[in-house]
Design a protein around this ligand. Structure first.
Ligand SMILES: Nc1ncnc2c1ncn2[C@@H]1O[C@H](COP(=O)(O)OP(=O)(O)O)[C@@H](O)[C@H]1O
Ligand SMILES: [Mg+2]
Length: 275
């Protein structure tokens, strides 16, 4: 299934408004309000505020592409959403429920939010299938048989059904990253977070991973992804958000933000990328 099959020019219909349009009347799947995150400064220096105040809505089915310079906090933002970092302040909700409430069960939330990192983090001593079933069985209490069945479905979905018994080292980097994506999909997450998932790949392997992400977007998966691949962002993003100075400096459709940026910060970022 390819995006170009249903929309002219291979691009999503952008007539749906700045943040995905028709869906905006519905309650967002994910909201961030005033999210702040700092880290301890080095040797008694003041805390380093990475996210000053982030406001963001993500609606079901949207693909949100986060752009921003190195160190602008893109990974930190995704890690806060997945509760891998504890926010200093602000509120994050998933399906209307506050997940930044310290009383929530983080494992349960993470079963509804898949995350994939730049490095695939697969266990080399486990088969592909066992890599995928590990968390569902150990953390989320699924039966082994059920987990294996779902894992096989997910391998099918990422085009690697025949690699179930292979070891990660026997796969190419692109295939390993597709396994990592299958692993993130295995709990049928409501939201998928993808942190520079093609940055560590040899250039010739980037395409197969981007194709998979495009398929997932076409299938209606809600995603937030960080990428420097502007060509890809231009094809899949319903919303482009530029993170700069600890805030979302600019947000809108890809046509607005990538092709006609309104803020000086975004213009500067994009011209540096093109240079
Ligand atoms: N665990 C941490 N401890 C201290 N500083 C961190 C930590 N994680 C990230 N940072 C700092 O936060 C800033 C933003 O990092 P990051 O979110 O990785 O940016 P990006 O993904 O946009 O490149 C950087 O200055 C980084 O050094
Ligand atoms: Mg990063």
């Amino acid at each position: 299934m390819s995006r170009s099959a249903n929309t002219p020019g291979g691009q999503r219909d952008s007539a749906t408004g700045p943040t995905g349009g028709a869906r905006e009347t519905e309650e967002p799947l994910l909201t961030l309000r005033g999210v702040r995150k700092s880290f301890p400064g080095r040797r008694g220096a003041e805390r380093h505020v990475v996210l000053r105040s982030i406001d963001l809505d993500v609606h079901a089915g949207q693909c949100v592409v986060l752009i921003g310079g190195s160190g602008s906090g893109k990974s930190t933002l995704l890690r806060c959403v997945n509760l891998l970092e504890v926010v200093d302040d602000g509120v994050i909700t998933l399906e209307g429920r506050e997940i930044t409430d310290p009383r929530v069960n983080a494992d349960e939330i993470r079963s509804r939010i898949g995350i994939v990192f730049q490095g695939y983090n697969l266990f080399p001593h486990l088969s592909v299938l066992d890599n995928i079933t590990l968390a569902p069985v150990r953390v989320h209490g699924r039966s082994k048989a059920e987990a294996r069945e779902t894992a096989r479905d997910m391998l099918e979905r990422v085009g690697l059904a025949e690699k179930a018994d292979a070891r990660p080292d026997d796969l190419s980097g692109g295939q390993q990253q597709r396994v990592a994506i299958a692993r993130a999909l295995v709990n049928h997450p409501r939201l998928l977070l993808l942190d520079e998932v093609t940055s560590a790949l040899d250039p010739e392997l980037v395409g197969e991973v981007l194709d998979l992400l495009r398929d997932l977007a076409d299938q209606g998966m809600t995603m937030i992804l960080n990428t420097h691949e502007m060509g890809f962002a231009r094809q899949v993003a319903d919303v482009v958000a530029h993170l700069s100075g600890g805030v979302i400096a600019e947000i809108g459709t890809r046509a607005q933000v990538i092709d006609a940026p309104q803020t000086e910060a975004t213009r500067r970022f994009l011209s540096r990328l093109h240079a």
